[in-house]
Design a protein around this ligand. Structure first.
Ligand code: FPP
Length: 237
């Protein structure tokens, strides 16, 4: 069977905390293990020919976690973006971010700016990191920019349709073909609501730190088996 390669894959990186707790480790160690796995997996996925990989690294709601956990994650993001700029650049990967800037700290905004500026001309796939991201917020922010463009004459409201709406989303990425949420949770949790409209959904039980290349290949086989109809009736007479 020839495996189908989706154009845009999205992953909700879930289960880091449970992975750690079950091993008698601290939640932080779970996040670090998740990061190590993500670094490897992102390259693996893009090398397979997936053009866009979006990951949910931190939701707007994640700010409700303990201060210690939020600070740990922010520090982890900063050190990773700094450390991994060369890693992604050498592999020709373009790193972009989706999410609101407020209330992110200046040091993290600087690290995000740096890695995206360095990799902006790369052509070997787009790695979209959703950080301080909310799907409803993305639609609200897009709508605000649409109103602005209508007011200043840049957009004729009559020409706005589902396709042109994408241009107003954070990175104008194409629709998601395949969405994976690890750890067995069966929810979307405010992730890329507009882009997920016709995505195939896959919910493996594996915690994200253990969702390795082999698991990813299994996921692609599952995707290959799906019959994507986009609302049409197949073989209609
Ligand atoms: C959800 O699992 C995971 C997060 C809120 C953080 C995900 C972040 C990473 C994997 C690091 C990514 C690193 C970079 C540089 C992008 P959870 O902690 O809610 O797990 P649980 O439900 O088992 O508690």
């Amino acid at each position: 069977m020839e495996v189908k390669i989706p154009n845009h894959v999205a992953i909700i990186l879930d289960g880091n905390g449970r992975w750690a707790t079950e091993k008698g480790k601290k939640r932080k160690e779970g996040h670090y293990a998740g990061y190590k796995n993500l670094k490897k997996l992102s390259i693996y996925a893009l090398k397979k020919g997936i053009k866009y990989l979006s990951v949910y690294a931190f939701s707007t709601e994640n700010f409700n976690r303990s201060e210690e956990e939020v600070n740990y994650l922010m520090d982890l993001f900063i050190s990773c973006f700094k450390k991994d700029t060369n890693f992604f650049n050498k592999r020709n990967v373009k790193v972009v971010f989706s999410g609101r800037k407020k209330p992110l700290r200046k040091d993290i905004l600087d690290a995000m700016k740096e890695i995206s500026a360095t990799t902006k001309n790369n052509t070997g796939g787009v790695f979209n990191i959703c950080l301080n991201y909310g799907g409803q917020a993305e639609i609200v922010d897009a709508s605000k920019n649409i109103v602005k463009d209508v007011k200043n004459g840049k957009l004729d409201l009559n020409t706005l349709d589902e396709k042109t709406f994408y241009k107003y989303l954070y990175n104008n990425l194409p629709p998601i073909d395949f969405m994976i949420r690890t750890s067995g949770e069966l929810r979307i949790s405010n992730f890329m609501l507009y882009e997920l409209s016709y995505a195939e959904l896959y919910f493996p039980e594996t915690y994200f730190p253990d969702f390795n290349e082999k698991e990813f290949d299994k996921a692609l086989i599952e995707y290959t088996k799906r019959d994507r109809r986009f609302g049409k009736i197949k073989n209609a007479k």
